[in-house]
Design a protein. Structure first.
Length: 395
């Protein structure tokens, strides 16, 4: 069999140039990696909206992933984490740079014709990152330095991660935010004093009773984290009579036994209220659990004794119209502001240290996720037999 003739130099280079012409890297492929500037937060909090507005947007932890998925689709987001607590509802995510639609996400979350625009804030890029870090560290909380928010941020992030709603940028930012929260607690004294909504609620009760709580009977409705914090602080303050009521009686029994209190079955909560001087309610129920008519039936047994009710749940547990009853005094979570301001004065020096930590970590992440500029690649030279002949002639 005849051996095929080898290609001459001109034919070989011409074939190579035809292959080269099939790919012209004049412009680099667009990078899909998110940048820090694509990160945003849109939300409302106790600073911008009263409790009757916040409770309309409250999302139960069990449905956070479903609601976040809806937001991701509705807003055409690449990454998203939804955070909902008693004091804030916030949507963190990444969107194309310059997108103007993120402020409309709350309308998808509400599912009703309510205008939330007067209460909403939107932050992007570096401002959004600083905000996340401040929230996770408890610096943006009603009770500055409180630690419960760190757990809530972690829970929101982990639920979004499990549902595959996060990505490279949100993963890095939320993991860093949780690290910063721990760093601030260990390197500063921001967490000293009353550092939870529950503890501040008890401070309010102390003010009402002129710091004479030891002889009072306090009922805690809801044995979750907030209720547990209340019971712990009651024990520290030397309160001798504590009642704990919860839908899960076993949970109420465990919490009451741990701190020397007495468990009350949820269905007996109302009748046992005749003993209480102070009621602090913090359940996760989406509807009110105490109505005016219910409470009115208990008042005759109280014989005119005043009843202080502090509702720190969002949505609220106690219907606001109970305060129309004689000798019933109702406070909600927004009434804690005056106590909070007193605590804030004690922490002002520590805030500067916390802000320095956040600034350092924010600047580092801004550099890490800054847009990377690529230099364009020059177009390849097209080789033809004519250029080869010219080159040979010049040689």
């Amino acid at each position: 069999m005849a051996r095929p003739a080898s290609l001459g130099p001109v034919e070989h280079l011409c074939n190579s140039s035809r292959a080269a012409r099939s790919f012209h890297p004049l412009t680099p492929a667009a990078s899909t990696a998110p940048t820090a500037n694509s990160f945003f937060v849109v939300g409302l909090s106790y600073k911008t909206a009263p409790v009757d507005v916040r409770e309309k947007l409250s999302v139960h932890p069990s449905v956070l992933p479903c609601q976040a998925c809806r937001l991701k689709l509705a807003g055409n987001l690449t990454e998203v984490v939804l955070l909902s607590t008693c004091n804030r509802v916030e949507i963190y995510g990444t969107a194309p740079d310059g997108s103007d639609e993120v402020d409309e996400l709350f309308q998808h979350l509400a599912g009703r014709e309510v205008d939330f625009s007067p209460h909403i804030y939107v932050r992007r890029g570096e401002a959004a990152i600083r905000h996340l870090f401040s929230v996770a560290a408890g610096l943006d909380s009603m009770v500055v330095g409180e630690t419960e928010i760190t757990g809530q941020v972690k829970q929101a992030y982990e639920r979004a991660l499990a549902a595959r709603l996060t990505g490279a940028l949100t993963n890095r930012l939320f993991q860093t935010a949780l690290q910063i929260g721990k760093e601030i607690r260990t390197q500063t004294n921001i967490g000293r004093g009353s550092v939870s909504v529950g503890s501040v609620a008890l401070d309010l009760a102390e003010k009402v009773f002129d710091r004479q709580l030891t002889e009072k009977t306090v009922m805690i409705i809801g044995a979750g984290k907030m209720g547990e914090a209340c019971v712990k602080h009651l024990a520290k303050k030397g309160v001798r009579s504590v009642l704990v009521s919860n839908r899960s009686f076993e949970r109420a029994e465990r919490l009451a036994a741990e701190f020397g209190g007495r468990a009350v079955r949820f269905e007996n909560c109302l009748s046992s209220m005749s003993e209480a001087d102070i009621v602090i309610s913090s359940t996760g129920c989406p509807q009110t659990i105490l109505e005016r008519k219910d409470l009115a039936s208990v008042l005759p047994q109280r014989r005119g004794r005043p009843l202080i009710m502090i509702d720190i749940a969002v949505p609220r547990d106690i219907n606001p119209d109970v305060q129309e009853l004689e000798n019933v005094y109702l406070y909600n979570i927004d009434h804690l502001e005056s106590i909070v301001q007193e605590n804030l004065k004690l922490r002002e020096q520590e805030l500067a240290k916390c802000e320095a930590i956040i600034t350092k970590r924010t600047e580092a992440l801004m550099k890490r996720f800054a847009p990377r500029i690529r230099r364009p690649v020059s177009a390849p030279t097209t080789v033809t037999p004519w250029t080869l002949e010219v080159s040979a002639f010049r040689a």
